[in-house]
Design a protein. Structure first.
Length: 719
């Protein structure tokens, strides 16, 4: 074998070259790439910074640590919850990622005292502790900073301490710190924002506005000025405070924000006028209170009115929690009021866990038993075509029950395939989603399953689904009882006309083919696009299918698809359904439909009888309309005083005042007759916005006016 001799000098040159490449050149390339792609691909930039930090690089490690930390957690954003809507702002960051970022900032504070990122890291670390509500760590860091020889560090420490005094209502201590630095000539917008917040909390709104206006006029630098403390951001409150001042009053809202029994500080509380704004988005909110160190809050004073209350709470704290949502959609403020926000760890799905392949017709679900539960609901999640939107809805057990008493339920595919779900359409032609026709549990589908627990008042007290979750982490039923048929494949690919033709031909060969009857009934009852709805054909196929299965949901789905005008033209279909199914066998949906049937026939007393038998929330307004139309005012008042009644966006107190006043109105008076005619149209669901506007303008009686105002708010005719 030939020996290869390498000179020592050559070897040294090679080794030096390797060190140069891997110790100097390659790390610098990684650093440059990270900075270049950070705006385009955040996660990839983080990986490149990680590579850089794990090489034999010299210099810029402080910058790499800081840049990686800010990429991983630019800020602690809020998850905002209102009575009617919820949603997150900005970045969804997990607790594990936040812990990593804390480590990077601590590394900078420990090793890079002369770095230009030293003070910034200190500030950002306090922001994180504040965002997480970690008061002990924050105070420890503030105490450390107070003793620092670095003037900037001492200033940041004092600034955060002033904020903490503010949230704990120690306003004099907070102002003492803020004014000290303002008097020294410190030109930091945070000082003026915080001072404005203090005067706002003290309800000295003119002073607060003056300070907010000063901030608006200061030069704006996004990185430095956008984040104030934790998840609190600088917004243009000088403009907002003018609008808010219309609602100032004496009544305060107090409460607590709790996660698994522990009070959470620094959560922002929002309050909005429901009569003016109607339905709200979940972003761009201005706080009216911030929870203190114990998680308690007290808003500034509000005048009497109907409001929606909301919360902005740090996403890392609640993304894996369940919000215990109360079964109310408005807050009637006419005295000091209490309202709490409670979060809890999700209940456990015992079996099955993860994906379960269902090869048979039935599956039994078991879950953790929850204390104080009145009933559970099994819910399915159905994804629309884009997979970006979904619909969550309750599904029945094998016996057709939706409210489950025990902590287990058996589902049957045949029952599920016949049950209804929310309808969705897209485009100008109103093309139906395939799930409208196939149902959610069609062959080869994957359906996430959620269990929710409710108390006797319908409040959500727990769920297997946290606020934010990947559906891979929850139970998913993979339906694998059989392959899709030819007709189902046509529907799945939206070839609806071909599917109709296929199934109609199939019925010529087999008149009792359940699959053909089921899908044809759905396609004609709902319509697969604009102009294809055919209720007569849909009814024919529905009745034929019911004769074979005796499933009431088939007829309930049929009747539910009729609007009032269609009902008047097809009353014989309703009559046939109610001949087939006796009163004692009517479920809630069919009881409600029978109430609609009698209302269409002007038999309002019979209509009310069936409405009252149906155990649902959404029919109560019809019952009250009928009581008012019949001048049975005490009956309407008793209904309103029932704690189980929920009118969502209507103020019970105002309705009671208005109805009490109706007792003194002559039934032959012009205004009563006009109001009675409007009630008649409302009961028959023929009231329009123009009808409302006309009567609301004409009526002068204050009691009728009160009731009309609530109706206008309910239908969003008054904003």
């Amino acid at each position: 074998m030939k020996r290869i001799r390498v000179k020592v000098k050559t070897l040294i040159i090679v080794l030096v070259s390797v060190v140069m490449i891997f110790g100097l050149i390659l790390p610098q390339v990684m650093f440059k790439i990270s900075g270049y792609i950070s705006d385009k691909d955040r996660e990839k930039a983080i990986k490149f910074y990680n590579v850089y930090l794990n090489t034999l690089s010299f210099g810029k490690k402080d910058e790499a640590l800081y840049n990686m930390a800010t990429l991983m957690a630019p800020c602690i954003d809020t998850y905002n919850i209102f009575m009617g809507m919820r949603g997150g702002e900005g970045y969804n960051i997990t607790k594990d990622r936040v812990e990593e970022v804390i480590g990077y900032y601590e590394n900078i504070l420990d090793k890079y005292g002369k770095s230009k990122y030293y003070a910034k890291s200190y500030n950002n670390l306090l922001d994180i502790y504040t965002g997480l509500g970690d008061i002990d760590s924050a105070y420890e860091l503030m105490d450390w900073g107070k003793k620092s020889s670095n003037e900037k560090i001492r200033y940041i420490s004092d600034l955060f301490r002033a904020f903490y005094y503010f949230v704990d209502k120690e306003y004099d201590k907070s102002l003492s710190i803020v004014d000290y630095y303002i008097d020294k000539g410190e030109e930091d917008s945070k000082l003026y924002v915080l001072k404005g917040h203090i005067y706002f909390a003290k309800e000295e709104y003119d002073k607060a506005k003056e300070l907010y206006k000063l901030v608006d006029d200061m030069p704006y630098i996004y990185e430095e000025d956008n984040i104030l403390f934790g998840n609190l951001k600088k917004l243009y409150r000088s403009r907002w405070i003018d609008e808010f001042s219309k609602y100032k009053g004496e009544h305060k809202i107090r409460g607590k924000v709790v996660i698994d029994g522990k009070g959470i500080p620094f959560a922002q509380i929002y309050v909005k006028d429901i009569s003016k704004s109607g339905i709200y988005g979940s972003a761009g909110n201005e706080f009216v209170a911030i929870t203190d160190s114990n998680g308690e809050f007290e808003t500034v004073g509000f005048k009497e009115g109907e409001y929606e209350i909301g919360i902005g709470i740090s996403q890392p704290l609640v993304y894996d929690m369940v919000y215990m949502e109360q079964n109310i959609r408005r807050l009637d403020v006419y005295e000091d009021t209490e309202y709490d926000f409670n979060f809890t760890s999700p209940m456990e799905m015992i079996s099955p866990k993860g994906q379960f392949v269902l090869k048979d017709k039935e599956i039994t679900l078991k879950w953790e038993k929850i204390e104080g539960v009145e009933y559970y609901r099994v819910q399915a999640v159905s994804f629309e075509d884009s997979k970006e939107s979904s619909v969550t809805f309750a599904i029945p057990d094998k016996y057709g029950e939706y409210d489950i008493v025990e902590n287990q339920a058996t589902l049957n595919l045949d029952v599920l395939k016949l049950s209804s779900r929310a309808m969705s359409y897209s485009g100008e032609e109103m093309i139906a989603s395939p799930q409208n026709i196939l149902g959610t549990f069609y062959p080869q589908s994957s359906v996430p399953i959620v269990i929710s627990a409710y108390d006797k008042d319908g409040n959500l007290i727990n769920s297997t689904l946290p606020i934010k979750s990947f559906y891979d982490d929850i139970t998913v039923i993979k339906v694998n009882d059989r392959e899709l048929t030819k007709g189902e494949n046509l529907i799945l690919h939206k070839k609806y006309e071909e599917a109709v033709k296929y199934y109609e031909e199939l019925l010529k060969e087999d008149t009792n083919n359940k699959e053909a009857l089921m899908y044809l009934s759905r396609m004609y009852v709902e319509g697969w696009k604009k102009g294809t709805k055919d209720l007569a054909k849909g009814a024919e196929y529905s009745f034929r299918l019911y004769e074979l299965t005796e499933e009431k949901d088939i007829l309930g789905r049929l009747l539910f698809s009729f609007d009032r005008d269609e009902m008047e033209k097809h009353l014989e279909i309703f009559e046939k359904v109610f001949e087939i199914i006796p009163d004692e066998e009517l479920n809630n949906d069919l009881l409600w439909e029978k109430g609609r049937y009698y209302a269409t026939k002007d038999d309002f007393n019979r209509s009310r009888e069936y409405y009252e038998r149906a155990e649902t929330d959404y029919i109560d307004l019809d019952v009250i309309y009928i009581d008012l139309y019949n001048r049975e005012f005490d009956r309407a008042l008793n209904k309103l005083k029932d704690n189980k009644l929920n009118l969502w966006s209507m103020n019970k107190r105002n309705l009671i005042t208005g109805i009490e006043g109706l007792k003194g109105i002559d039934e032959n008076s012009k205004e009563w007759i006009e109001f009675s005619e409007f009630l008649y149209k409302s009961i028959k669901r023929k009231d329009e916005e123009d009808d409302f506007n006309k009567i609301y303008k004409n009526i002068t009686n204050p009691f009728i006016k009160i009731i009309l105002k609530e109706i206008g708010i309910y239908y969003r005719w008054l904003l």
